[in-house]
Design a protein around this ligand. Structure first.
Ligand SMILES: O=C1C=CC(S(=O)(=O)O)=CC1(O)O
Ligand SMILES: [Fe+2]
Length: 354
């Protein structure tokens, strides 16, 4: 790969949709429509196209039936249809595999391009997409857990610094990151739209999809989703939270769908749109970085993630992270975390991670 292309990168507006392979459409529909309340734009025996209430493009999530649960595409919307060709040229110069896609290759999406990016992810750039009814004011159909829009992607990649440089080349800016005193970066949050992130880079064996996140307007909508899952006796779909993040300041909940894909529901991060927006760096030993209330991160949140397909639909082999793993340096035998720097942390705050 050519790490320093000279051509102009595509003008990316935001994270726009994801295509997930699921192994049982009916079970997935019961979760994404029955529990999360996403709106079905179109469905057939092969796929379900879903959107959240504020969204007017055809979809922000495609669930496609397949034999192996995996990520098939992360899609960014670019500022105009001309930017699709800019993206194709940029990735060709990067030395990446580039596949133009005719209008309709994905239902509801115009002419686009899909690439295998330098981190090993299948990424699509598009602009034209069918407009459908925006349910912003359709309070007659919003449930108590109404989800407003897709917010971000979180990807697991072994070399966070290299991934950060690649996304900076695409015009992304870091809003927050997690480092240690030696300068190892464990995670970084990067944005194009003026919020905390469109993509988060989580250090780990990759390429894997850590999660897709949707935003709500209110905390009570997230709490209702928890109560709804409890009423269905499906509390096992709740992996982590609800809680308040340190990074991003968002109120959060992590769910696992029927195939184990991780979905975050998230609200109340902050505006990052001014050019001098300060980057906030957290100490990896700060016990409030991932949960502002100091609640422990369940081990599966660090270790489990979804497989990723190449453009032929084949699962990509993983590259192991060679730098230290966050879960190893923050919990460990001595609980290397603090609430007040320099003071020991009580064992009861380490939860079941001992
Ligand atoms: O969206 C996010 C914002 C913050 C966090 S963290 O767990 O607070 O680091 C995780 C996350 O990447 O899912
Ligand atoms: Fe997230």
């Amino acid at each position: 790969m050519n790490p320093q292309p000279t051509s102009t990168p595509p003008d990316i507006i935001r994270a726009a949709y994801a295509e997930l392979i699921v192994t049982d459409l009916a079970e997935s529909r019961a979760f994404y429509v029955g529990v999360l309340g996403l709106v079905v734009t179109y469905e057939d025996d092969e796929a379900i196209y879903l959107r959240a209430f504020e969204e007017y493009l055809h979809h922000s999530l495609v669930l496609r039936l397949g034999p192996v649960a995996a990520l098939a595409a992360l899609a960014y919307r670019v500022r105009s249809q001309d930017e699709v060709a800019v993206a194709a040229d940029y990735y060709r110069e990067l030395g990446a595999r580039v596949e133009p896609r005719p209008a309709g290759a994905t239902r509801g999406v115009g002419e686009a391009v899909r690439v295998e990016d330098p981190l090993g992810f299948p990424v699509e750039f598009f602009y034209d997409s069918e407009h459908v009814e925006r349910f912003t004011r359709r309070y007659d159909v919003h449930g108590a857990g109404a989800i407003s829009r897709l917010d971000h992607f979180n990807v697991m990649t072994p070399d966070v610094e290299a991934a950060r440089a690649y996304h900076e080349g695409l015009g992304f800016t870091v809003s927050e990151d997690i480092q240690d005193a030696e300068g190892t970066t464990y995670a970084a949050w990067m944005y194009r739209k003026p919020t905390v992130h469109d993509v988060a880079l989580t250090g780990g064996d990759g390429p894997r999809l850590h999660h897709i996140a949707f935003a709500t307007h209110e905390q009570h909508q997230i709490l209702h989703i928890c109560d709804h899952l409890g009423a269905l006796r499906q509390s096992d779909k709740i992996e982590r939270g609800p809680g308040r993040h340190g990074v991003s300041n968002a109120f959060y909940l992590y769910l696992r769908d029927p195939d184990g894909h991780r979905i975050e529901i998230y609200t109340q991060d902050y505006y990052t749109g001014d050019p001098d927006n300060p980057t906030l760096t957290w100490d990896v030993h700060d016990n409030q970085r991932r949960d502002w209330w100091g609640n422990p991160v369940v081990p599966s949140w660090y270790s489990e993630a979804s497989a990723v397909l190449d453009l032929d639909g084949v699962v990509r082999p993983l590259v192991a992270r060679t730098e230290p793993a966050e879960a190893a340096v923050t919990i460990g035998a001595d609980g290397f975390s603090y609430t007040r720097e320099g003071e020991p942390i009580p064992e009861y705050k380490l939860g079941h991670q001992l």
